[in-house]
Design a protein. Structure first.
Length: 215
């Protein structure tokens, strides 16, 4: 097998693991928010436990990328592609951590009724899940337009976060007994907002892989 063919084979393996890691991250976000909305303790615990799978994939992808960089002597474009993948998995792993953290917080509500209807938090989650999915898809498909479109969706997530924050502040003003749940909901909303930021980061590394420029 030629060096080029071997390089492409190993890069395809990295691509496949990236897609798998991305899917597991999407599921983690979905399940963490579902556990919150449905007060499903078992699902929250499963989500926390499954984070090790995301971490294992990060290690596998990292090893694959380093093998390519050390053994195949990639040209400039290939180097950018592999370097971008190394940066992307860091963001994906952190997203997995944030989904795990949301599940951990869900366990802290115990059996107390929620102080507010969960509307904007699930809405934020739906948007960031699609952002994560599209950020990795833009890398696999070398789709610069898709990668650079993530900023606008992140603005929507940021606006929803501000809405949640204002609602929570009003709730604690009305009744200081709401303070404990306000803090928990604020942390969850912030984690989801950060997931959107990580998706944008991935998009910026895709832009670097394609153009050589990083925003």
């Amino acid at each position: 097998m030629s060096i080029r063919n071997r390089y492409e084979k190993e890069l395809n393996e990295v691509f496949n693991n990236l897609v798998l890691m991305c899917r597991k991250v999407e599921i983690a976000i979905e399940n963490s928010v579902k556990a919150l909305v449905e007060r499903n303790i078992e699902l929250a615990q499963i989500t926390m436990k499954n984070d090790y799978e995301i971490n294992a994939l990060e290690r596998d992808i990292e090893q694959g990328c380093l093998k390519i960089l050390l053994m195949e002597h990639p040209v400039a474009g290939d180097f950018r592609e592999v370097s971008a993948a190394l940066k992307m998995i860091t963001d994906l792993e952190r997203i997995g951590d944030q989904a795990r953290d949301i599940s951990e917080i869900t366990l802290q509500f115990d059996d107390e009724p929620y102080i507010k209807k969960l509307e904007h938090i699930p809405q934020m989650a739906r948007i960031v899940i699609e952002m994560v999915k599209d950020s990795v898809a833009s890398y696999i498909n070398r789709d610069l337009a898709l990668a650079t479109s993530l900023d606008k969706r992140d603005d929507v997530v940021d606006n929803l976060f501000e809405t949640v924050k204002k609602e929570l502040v009003e709730l604690v003003k009305k009744d200081s007994n709401n303070a404990d749940q306000v803090i928990l909901f604020m942390m969850i909303a912030k984690y989801i907002e950060r997931i959107g930021d990580h998706a944008v980061n991935i998009g910026e590394w895709v832009e670097y892989a394609i153009t050589g420029a990083h925003s």
